[in-house]
Design a binder for this molecule. Structure first.
Ligand code: NAP
Length: 133
């Protein structure tokens, strides 16, 4: 959903190359750091990286386990963090990263503790990293 919206909005002024596991111009799985590195290696001279990929577990808190939280942590949280940690060595000077969190960081929904935690982690990572990039 946001993938298509961002592509359309940015295409008016920029050349946009999409990347995802199945439907992008370029293949990447942000859960895999080596896949991220291969993507950047194949796309020299990028000015910006915009990520809208990833989700997290929604479900009953009483029965939720840390294993249920792992895919979202590995994907939406660490995946986006790795896009920055790895990508900072590849983007052009003055390049930019845009990550996606969500309103759950400020207003968690019932059954949405995992997503609230992930979004809050992304927001805090961005605040910290922005000081040093
Ligand atoms: N939709 C909402 O109302 C809403 C609200 C708040 C926050 N958000 C956040 O906004 C972001 C986008 O939401 P959305 O609704 O647009 O999600 P979506 O429709 O599920 O789209 C996700 C996109 O990311 C790609 N993707 C998923 N996992 C990937 C991975 N491991 N590596 C590479 N690409 C991956 C998918 O393509 P492939 O399957 O081809 O990989 C797909 O194009 C998410 O972070 C979501 O949590 C959404």
């Amino acid at each position: 959903m946001m993938f298509e919206f961002c592509k359309e909005a940015l295409s008016a002024k920029h050349e946009v190359i999409t990347a995802s596991r199945q439907t992008g111009d370029v293949e990447v799985d942000i859960m895999d750091p080596e896949s991220i590195r291969r993507m950047y290696e194949s796309l020299p001279g990028l000015d910006a990286c915009v990520c809208t990929a990833g989700t997290g577990y929604y479900g009953d808190f009483q029965t939720m386990t840390s294993a249920m939280m792992q895919p979202g942590i590995k994907g939406k949280l660490l995946g986006q963090i790795n896009l920055v940690l790895i990508g900072k060595d590849y983007l052009n000077a003055e390049g930019s990263f845009t990550l996606t969190s969500g309103i759950a960081a400020q207003q968690p929904a019932k059954n949405g503790t995992t997503v609230a935690m992930i979004n809050g982690g992304i927001d805090s990572f961005v605040k910290g990293a922005a000081q040093e990039l």
